[in-house]
Design a protein around this ligand. Structure first.
Ligand SMILES: [Zn+2]
Length: 78
């Protein structure tokens, strides 16, 4: 169990860097930086009203590809 401390520290660092609660992100629909996280897995664009379901830090990591998939209505699939 000597690795538990190390693993916890890495996890904290990752979460701290990804979960910026008040950060805004570019909307895949209208292109404005108005997308905010409204709940754990739901993002909303304040400009055009687009709603994007995703992970807690989905938009922070890969707004381009993943959000487009979500908006298209399909599952990510294989
Ligand atoms: Zn928008």
């Amino acid at each position: 169990m000597h690795n538990s401390k190390y693993g916890k520290r890495i996890r904290e660092l990752v979460e701290a860097s990804l979960l910026k609660k008040n950060e805004r992100y570019e909307c895949p629909k209208c292109g404005k930086r108005s997308v905010k996280r409204v709940s754990n897995a739901l993002w909303e664009c304040r400009s055009c009203g687009a709603r994007i379901a995703g992970g807690a830090y989905l938009l922070a990591t890969d707004i381009g590809q993943t959000a487009r998939r979500v908006l298209a209505g399909g599952e990510a699939g294989e």
